[in-house]
Write a protein that binds this ligand. Structure first.
Ligand code: NAP
Length: 331
């Protein structure tokens, strides 16, 4: 079978490898769709710790072709929660599984979904409906991470929620805030992504902080940072109203620093949260995707074959792209 492997930093290739055999507690999945995430590009560039020789791809879904020793029936469509927590470290014991010291991430520490087949722990697979569009299952993982962020931010009906950054995470946050009954504004620079925000649930879309302040001069009850750049993380608390809340989902390179004014945060009692991964949210995400509660189709910019995957990961995303989906069946 073909698989797209990160052989070492800066060297990614689609190569011929044996079909994996499911081990104890594992199923074999024929991958139908796997999303290319910013993390895959960080892994390629060496900006995120990687394990040489692993198949990338941590946002994927497919069909069970071998249930192994598990109860999964062949033919079941599943989405894969890539994070396998150890369950025994002190963080897991406290229920803080996303902070597990021994998390094994499929697509980083073990072979992932940019492949025709993937052997995967059954305990981390969640069934999806037979009639679901196969591409939609690839959105469960980014949705699960965004659900965790929105849980921390606790958007309420009638509140004003500002989402910064119109990538997949931001456009999903827009939809979750809209579903919560909040008034939603998307702040992202490109007109194409502003238009997508308005199409998927934002009440307003702007390209600058100044334009935000014209519409909401008192600030937002909740600011959800989904751009992952220093300037937007720094500005997020300033755009929250007095007594407001901020959730940072965006990932900045290790070692980066961002200026905050503690006096301002204290005297306005801004709550500042950081949201990491998807603790106990993958099942909720799968349910929302299965029910069509999240509008996924507008987030798919293009589908590509496995042979095109290496090049797509090595290159920056084309302007306006939200998600490229690798479809191993595609020639
Ligand atoms: P993405 O596709 O890169 O989207 C981020 C968007 O932010 C870009 O499309 C860009 O759109 C916008 N942006 C960049 N600079 C901006 C600025 N100065 N002002 C306003 N908007 C700006 O990334 P993604 O896949 O949606 O992920 C978003 C972030 O979440 C990334 O940092 C990712 O690593 C992180 N993430 C975190 C978790 C977690 O568990 N916390 C999980 C998954 C992903 P414009 O060109 O329109 O500005």
């Amino acid at each position: 079978m073909r698989a797209t492997k990160l052989l070492e930093t800066g060297d990614i290739r689609t190569v011929e490898v044996p079909v994996p055999q499911p081990g104890p507690g594992e199923i074999l999945i024929r991958v139908e769709a796997a999303g290319i995430c910013g993390t895959d590009r960080h892994l390629y560039k060496g900006e995120f710790p990687s394990v040489p020789g692993k198949t990338l791809g941590h946002e994927f879904s497919g069909i069970v072709v071998d249930g192994g020793d598990t109860e999964f029936a062949e033919g079941t469509r599943v989405t894969c929660d890539p994070n396998t927590w150890c369950g025994t470290c002190d963080q897991c014991q406290r229920g803080r599984v996303n902070l597990c010291k021994r998390n094994v991430a499929t697509g980083i520490h073990r072979d992932g979904g940019f492949a025709e087949y993937c052997a995967f722990p059954a305990s981390k697979a969640v069934a999806l409906p037979e009639d679901l569009d196969p591409l939609h299952g690839a959105f469960c993982e980014p949705l699960a991470c965004t659900i965790h962020g929105m849980d921390l931010g606790a958007a309420r009906a009638g509140e004003r929620v500002l989402v910064i950054g119109g990538g997949v995470i931001g456009l999903i946050a827009v939809q979750l805030a809209h579903l919560a009954g909040s008034e939603v504004m998307l702040l992202t620079r490109s007109p194409e992504k502003q238009a997508l925000g308005l199409e998927t649930g934002a009440d307003h879309a702007v390209g600058t902080e100044e334009a935000f302040r014209v519409l909401w001069p008192d600030g937002a009850d909740l600011v959800v940072e989904c751009a992952g750049v220093g300037e937007t993380v720094a500005v997020a608390p300033k755009l929250a109203r007095t007594g407001g809340r901020v959730v940072v989902l965006g990932v900045l390179p290790q070692g980066d620093h961002v200026p905050f004014e503690p006096f301002d945060l204290l005297f306005r009692e801004i709550q500042l949260h950081f949201s990491f991964l998807n603790p106990f949210t993958h099942g909720r995400a799968a349910r929302m995707i299965a029910e069509g509660a999240i509008s996924v189709a507008p987030l798919i910019s293009r589908t590509i074959s496995l042979d095109q995957a290496a090049g797509a990961i090595a290159a920056p995303p084309p302007r306006g792209e939200v998600r490229a989906i690798v479809v191993p069946d595609q020639i």
